[in-house]
Design a protein around this ligand. Structure first.
Ligand code: SF4
Length: 460
């Protein structure tokens, strides 16, 4: 088996040679919207350095795995993907790079663990990608240092790359200053840095110029934004942009749900009536050990004020099941909270011990940190997800017969059908052709069918 590391060294082109065809980069993105947005930024950045996007790894000169470390399973997914790309590297000498949260978590250990990975870099080093690609022609390395928050430059979206797309992610901030006991994000994304609001507003305006109708402001803890104005003010500034019809944002922390933010939902129709507000547990003792900095009652108080300010708003959430020390009563608390709040949707996961987190360090260290047996945790997760499926189905069924506004996002897999979303973020399968429901159009649809996780309708 040839030395995979040396295979990737391509001979530099001689002067006067016909300009080499652009090299191709294939990005495999794992995890959250932040990673999806970073992947787009990386392709755009390389696009300014003679790279084009490859649709498959088979065509790539650079294979970039932008990783997620939020759960153990995510790491396993990376290793099995790397195994698949090893063959491509052997066959066509592609460079393999790992970025994102596993890269930041594992650093140069990943180079030792996977000898055919050429370079590893953390989220703070995205801006150096072109020079890292050149460096990888000569050596293997890990670039995982943190940038000083004063020097950190947020990757700028290339509006041209978004031309024709109805929606776009816009980075508002990065990192997180909270230390939730189960979460690895502060270790892999660093301290909070908020992007200056004029940059964000300018990017949204430029995206509106190329036809983007809906922007989603993203950050690990976006509602703690402090980039020269408050998050509520930022939303109002973006809403003032003529071409932007819809504004969404994710992900939020309940303790940063301010009165001013609730008022934006009351006053600003462009801010969509959908709020993802992770609660994680319905038990105060568990919330305290999770270091979530609110109680169930405080969470519900904010939740109720939001629902009162914007009737019909869809609220979605996250739950962790099987957190160390979670008793039957604690879990019943989560079920009761779900029934009380009737979240339109929730994303629920088994507790996964992550390196360097408080929960991982305290696991087994006392009666209240005892590991929940896997079978018990799985049974609880199934009960919670079954209850959520019932509530989600009932919430969707309430839309039957109604006429709703849909932003058309494109074609669905079904011929003669278009796909779009309601203001509440429900997916709608629209019986229409492209002429009647072009991408980017805001259309009125009558809901004719409600499924478990989406709606169907006809043009009204
Ligand atoms: S607020 Fe979110 S990103 Fe920050 S530590 Fe907690 S769970 Fe992680």
């Amino acid at each position: 088996m040839p030395d995979l590391v040396s295979l990737s060294r391509k001979a530099p082109s001689a002067p006067g040679d016909r300009p080499a065809a652009p090299r191709k980069v294939y990005v495999h993105t794992f995890g959250c919207q932040m990673n999806a947005s970073d992947s787009d930024r990386m392709v755009e950045l390389l696009g300014r350095h003679a790279f084009a996007r490859a649709e498959t790894a088979e065509d790539a000169d650079l294979i970039l795995l932008n990783t997620c470390a939020v759960r153990e399973k995510a790491e396993q997914k990376l290793l099995s993907a790397l195994g698949r790309y090893r063959e491509v590297k052997a066959r066509r000498g592609a460079l393999i790079a790992v970025s994102g949260c596993v890269a930041q978590q594992e650093k140069d250990r990943l180079l030792a663990r996977v000898p055919y990975v050429d370079f590893v870099f953390g989220p703070d080093n995205i801006g150096k990608l072109p020079e890292m690609v050149a460096r990888a022609e000569r050596e293997r390395f890990a670039e995982t240092g943190w940038m000083d928050s004063h020097d950190y430059v947020f990757p700028q979206a290339d509006p041209e790359a978004a031309r024709g797309r109805p929606t776009a992610f816009v980075t508002a901030m990065k990192g997180c200053d909270n230390v939730c006991a189960f979460c690895i994000v502060p270790h892999t994304r660093g301290r909070e840095v908020s992007r200056a609001f004029p940059e964000i507003v300018a990017e949204c305006a430029a995206l509106a110029e190329v036809g983007v109708r809906e922007v989603t402001l993203i950050g690990q803890n976006v509602n703690s934004y402090a980039g020269g104005c408050t998050f509520a003010e930022l939303l109002r500034r973006v809403a003032a942009l003529p071409g932007i019809a819809r504004i969404r944002f994710t992900t939020s922390h309940p303790h940063d749900l301010s009165d001013a933010l609730v008022e934006v939902f009351r006053d600003e129709p462009k801010v969509m009536p959908h709020f993802h507000l992770p609660v994680q547990s319905g038990s105060d003792p568990v919330l305290a050990r999770m270091r979530r900095d609110y109680t169930v009652a405080e969470y519900l108080d904010r939740f109720d004020r939001l629902r009162a300010a914007r009737p019909g708003i869809a609220v979605t959430t996250d739950f962790i099941v099987g957190f160390p020390g979670e008793s039957d009563a604690d879990f019943e608390g989560s079920l009761a909270l779900l029934e009380r709040a009737r979240f339109e949707q929730s994303f629920s996961f088994l507790f996964s011990p992550r390196p360097k987190t408080v929960a991982n360090l305290r696991l087994g260290s006392g009666p209240e940190w005892q590991e929940v047996p896997r079978a018990v945790a799985v049974e609880r997760l199934e009960r919670l997800q079954a209850a959520q499926r019932r509530i989600a189905g009932e919430a969707l069924a309430a839309a039957l017969g109604k006429v709703v506004e849909v932003l058309v996002e494109g074609a669905s897999d079904e011929p003669g059908e278009r796909l779009g979303r309601t203001p509440e973020n429900s997916v709608v399968h629209l019986a229409a052709d492209e002429a009647a429901a072009p991408t980017g159009a805001l259309v009125r649809a009558r809901i004719t069918r409600a499924g478990g996780s989406s709606l169907s309708g006809t043009l009204a």
